[in-house]
Write a protein that binds this ligand. Structure first.
Ligand SMILES: Nc1ncnc2c1ncn2[C@@H]1O[C@H](COP(=O)(O)OP(=O)(O)OP(=O)(O)O)[C@@H](O)[C@H]1O
Ligand code: SF4
Ligand SMILES: [Mg+2]
Length: 326
């Protein structure tokens, strides 16, 4: 079995105010060992819903209406919660949630939180002294100076970048097969973001974990991902290797995202594609992107494009993908 993760025709809705909001629709993704898959899309495109579904942490108002998620060949939608929590969540599959600044518990020291993970989640059954040593070792590896002393400090005593290093310690200390990182650097300033991305690149090489890296920032995935899946209104609208996504986009939305990328990387938000992501309870007919698409034709208002193979590696959900970039 070659793929660590296989997501098969996943469809998820949120039930709100007696309406269904289609957050993910017919999502198919595969991830190989050691591969970094970047997930990119505007706010509300379903990126976090995807990450939460793999962690089985979706809120109660979310329903998986169709599809399956296979981790190392096992259908995790069918595993009992107790077994999933004991064997996979936080061990084999780890997670850096969106807004990591708030994801450390303010009332416990950083050391207590990290050591609990080593005690209850790491594969080895370590005694207390070895747990202490492992905590110092991993914090030092993540670039936290004076780790022994800092373990006794509380989260509010850490800067944003240092908190992120603590979360990376927690995510990597179990030597996970799969890490899902949801916008891990969005809240950081540009210099710290660059340091954390550099650290993450080293960790990827060392640990050989597969990574789903979620971000709204195409500039970030250009530095870190092997392959990139572009999401629009809950669908994968283009997927390809990093080189082809950036140099030969085959979907008008991807092309527009790239045009929004500032040359000097000072601007961080993708804000200049005209129009807005559609209302997920009342999606446009045909291709969801047609109200914003400069290539749209009559057919686009009536028919939903499937993913077409556009080259050896990539697919695009556009009837007119051959016209893009000409
Ligand atoms: N807990 C929830 N309850 C109801 N609807 C939700 C919930 N979480 C997300 N949604 C809706 O599902 C859709 C997808 O949200 P999701 O958070 O997955 O998007 P995202 O791509 O991660 O966005 P962002 O870039 O803002 O984090 C949005 O329309 C959102 O409003
Ligand atoms: S199918 Fe039509 S509307 Fe959709 S992206 Fe392609 S050209 Fe644009
Ligand atoms: Mg999100």
């Amino acid at each position: 079995m070659n793929n660590i993760l296989e997501i098969d025709k996943l469809k998820i809705v949120y039930r709100k105010r007696k309406k269904d909001f289609l957050a993910l629709d017919c999502v198919n993704l595969q991830l190989k060992k050691g591969e970094v898959l970047g997930i990119v899309g505007e706010s509300g495109s379903g990126k976090s819903t995807l990450g939460l579904s793999v962690m089985r942490l979706l809120p109660p108002q979310a329903k998986i209406q169709n599809g399956n998620i296979y981790f190392k060949g096992q259908n995790i939608c069918k595993i009992q919660e107790g077994k999933f929590n004991k064997e996979m969540r936080g061990k084999e599959i780890t997670y850096i949630p969106q807004n990591p600044q708030n994801s450390l518990n303010p009332v416990f020291t950083v050391g207590r939180q990290l050591k609990d993970i080593i005690r209850y989640r790491a594969k080895d059954n370590l005694d207390n002294q070895s747990i202490d040593e492992k905590a110092v070792e991993i914090m030092t590896e993540m670039g936290i100076a004076d780790a022994e002393k800092r373990l006794d400090e509380y989260p509010h005593q850490f800067s944003g970048g240092m908190k992120q290093r603590v979360l990376l310690s927690m995510a990597f200390v179990t030597n996970p097969t799969l890490l899902i990182a949801d916008e891990p650097t969005t809240a950081l300033d540009v210099t710290v973001e660059a340091q954390i991305l550099g650290l993450l690149a080293d960790l990827i090489e060392e640990y050989q974990s597969s990574i789903i890296y979620i971000t709204h920032d195409l500039g970030v995935v250009s530095e870190i991902a092997d392959r990139v899946a572009v999401f629009y209104a809950g669908r994968v609208i283009e997927i390809n290797n990093r080189y082809n996504i950036f140099n030969k986009p085959k979907h008008p939305y991807t092309e527009a995202l790239i045009e929004c990328l500032p040359g000097d990387k000072k601007q961080k938000k993708l804000t200049v594609i005209p129009g807005e992501i559609p209302d997920l309870s009342d999606l446009p007919s045909g291709c969801n992107f047609h109200p914003r698409c400069k290539y749209a034709k009559e057919k686009c208002k009536k028919e939903i494009p499937n993913l077409f193979q556009v080259d050896e590696n990539g697919k695009s959900a556009c009837f007119y993908h051959e016209e893009v970039g000409r």
